[in-house]
Design a protein around this ligand. Structure first.
Ligand code: HXC
Length: 260
């Protein structure tokens, strides 16, 4: 179905896994409106496809994405950006995707590219990855959640240091600071690692994975007391699923916890 797209490739590298590869190599995967529309479309299709359990989003070895498309932005005025609600499409779909999204980040991930990676549920990278929020150098600021998501992860002081200077940080630093869950030695290992993890998630109870993603995300919005209550209600709800009946029975009869 990649044939329908000009800026992305879609594939299923193993059962249950949807793979979206950003594919605008001549622009280092700069995130144009056209690319984002295709990305939203592909994510929605994988979310609705019953054979897909988890989604991997990656770019090339050279670039995950070098940012929002500067050529598209450069002539826009204040009234243009407000009238077209510029980059609203960046948050129209991704927050509503219910299946796990793993970003596998290699090479450049700057500006909007860094923000897109931060929108994923899990971020894997390789040591060659280079992240930044360089908007300050363009006379703007992050516009797709970077000032919020990055700050929540790395803390205020480090976020100010990065966002007010635009300096880059490496994949190794990303892992050290908790931006990335894992940092691999090569781009290939990074993508394979993400596909493996997505495959594992796709093999779990779909209803439980959906609930787990939902409750972890709630922790970003709710206070602790409300979050824990929300978790318990959701936990109670899972006792209505067949997967809970089968899963707990298996746990009693099969030492699955030892197998990874
Ligand atoms: C449009 C881009 C681009 C971008 C690179 N290109 N980044 N086009 N938008 N963000 C294009 C270049 O113009 C060039 O096209 C081609 O990709 C290859 O880029 P080079 O610069 O020749 O490659 P290289 O020397 O390897 O340098 C890589 C780089 C550099 C360090 C990543 O390209 C770079 O600094 N890019 C801009 C990064 C950036 O500032 N991003 C933030 C954008 S602002 P041609 O046609 O000349 O060959 C942003 C705002 C987000 O993201 C806020 C809301 C979402």
């Amino acid at each position: 179905t990649s044939a329908r797209y000009e800026n992305i490739l879609v594939d299923s590298p193993k059962p249950g896994v949807g793979l979206i590869t950003l594919n605008r190599p001549r622009a280092l995967n700069a995130l144009s409106s056209a690319l984002f529309a295709e990305l939203n479309n592909a994510l929605t299709e994988f979310d609705h496809d019953s054979t897909t359990g988890a989604i991997v989003l990656t770019g090339s070895e050279k670039a995950f994405a070098a940012g929002a498309d500067i050529k598209e932005m450069k002539d826009l005025t204040f009234s243009d950006v407000t009238n077209i609600n510029f980059i609203a499409s960046w948050s129209s779909t991704i927050p509503h995707i219910r299946k796990p999204i793993i970003a596998a980040v290699n090479g450049h991930a700057h500006g909007g590219g860094c923000e897109l990676a931060l929108m994923a549920d899990i971020l894997y990278c390789s040591s060659s990855a280079s992240f930044s929020q360089p908007e300050i150098k363009l006379g703007i600021i992050p516009g797709a959640g970077g000032s919020q998501r990055l700050t929540n992860i790395v803390g205020k002081s480090r976020a100010m240091d990065l966002i007010l200077t635009g300096r880059s940080f490496s994949g190794v630093e990303a892992e050290r600071w908790g931006v990335a869950a894992r940092c691999f030695e090569s781009a290939e290992e990074c993508v394979n690692g993400a596909v493996d993890t997505a495959g594992k998630m796709a093999g779990m109870s779909r209803v439980a994975v959906r609930a787990a993603k939902e409750v972890v995300n709630k922790s970003q919005d709710l206070g602790l007391r409300e979050g824990v209550e929300y978790e318990r209600k959701t936990f109670h709800g899972l006792f209505g699923s067949k997967d809970q009946k089968i899963g707990t029975l298996l746990a009693l009869t099969w030492p699955y916890t030892q197998a990874d």
